[in-house]
Design a protein. Sequence first.
Lengths: 387, 100
Amino acid sequence: MKYVDEFRDPVLAQKLIVEIEQLTAQILKENKRFADRPIQLMEFCGGHTHTIFRYGIEQLLPKSIELIHGPGCPVCVLPMGRVDDCVSLAERPEVIFTTFGDAMRVPGSKKSLLQAKADGADVRMVYSPLDALTLARKNPNREIIFFALGFETTMPSTALTVLEAEREGLDNFSLFCNHITTVPIIKAILDSPNMQLDGLLAPGHVSMVVGEAPFNYVAGTYKKPIVITGFEPLDIVQSIWLLLRQLAQGQCLMENQYARIVPRDGNQPGLAAIARVYQLRDFFEWRGLGSIDDSGVRITDAYARFDAERKFPVPNIKIADPSSCQCGEVLKGEIKPWQCKVFGSQCTPETPMGALMVSSEGACAAYYNFGNLPELMALKEKAEVAK
Amino acid sequence: MCLGIPGQIVEIIDVTKNLATVDVSGVKRQVNIACIVDENHSVESCVGDWVLVHVGFAMSRINEEEAQKTLALLTELGEAQKEVEAILLAQAQAQTEATQ
């Protein structure tokens, strides 16, 4: 496949790993701050987490590099109350509720969308918001709601779908908008007192939409190296190498490793569609991270008739996560997934308690599916005995 | 959620709606190309272009020059060359032994 196979070349990866080992040795030798802690790099995006586990990249890296898995998985940070809102909308008899597959199994306080479907609600999995629009054309007597979820990557597609619905006069189509924004959440992570990040892999496909400029502050204000990164294994290994090269040279720059996809100014038609259809919310609630200012968008007043939140009653009740669930601490990088009380016991990909175990991009699911499970469970048992 | 897949635009279906057929690894699918159309790229001119497809939308035109530059940078990493030659040699030897 075009520029996929090339970026999976194991020989090139091996070359980079050798370079990474040399750079790491140099950094450790020249920087006292790493005498008692590892070099901590965060991959923000769940897509990166998935690639890292799928290809075993962590095992290839020197032991003194620790990868922290960030909260960039929209399904994982969706608060339970929002899932309840989806179920409530889906259970209306006139509604066909459409969603990406990832969101089907996320537990709400009473049920997931999948369980709602089993109980008779008309919930349909679609690949694209355009498929939901097709359903709206075919079912003029039903109300089609699309569950709009995701970071800036997905916003142009849902915004353009609303604009197309307007053009065609399809008034039986609306969005339940839960889009979230990247920059405020990265700021929140960098401001967290427990976090000592040494560098950041920036989300490649968010950057494809918003461009390079929104990430400059990480290098400029926070003085942390940051590299916009692609999604193939070689992209990730190369970006880690770029971060280490900056650390070795005492630099903090914003670099773009993924220039084959990410233009410097982002995607102008996409940004224009976003600006027409969406406006910032004052704050948005994140699972495990709490309320964060300016971190979500809603539909503008001009497109209110396509806003499911204004078209239908939505319960909008805040529900606390189950107390045994430690998704928040995992999302903030404070504990590793296997250190959670319920990891691998009450919480597994088949019967998830927390959202991080649901999505293939969630850190817990990645550890469970691709990690050395017997070893992790032994570690967990040992830690519990020690307590 | 944020993943995308490369595909090639093979045909324009509807100019007003910005719809095209994209071939993704042999699978053909209708895709909206509004995000890659601008004053320099008319809808009609997009046939043959390689794009990154995300949830039914072509989100970016793949920049071949940049892709080649990144790959060249990787291939040029000089210092590790000996290691790589050793790996290749070991692989070649293993293959020869296997065929013997």
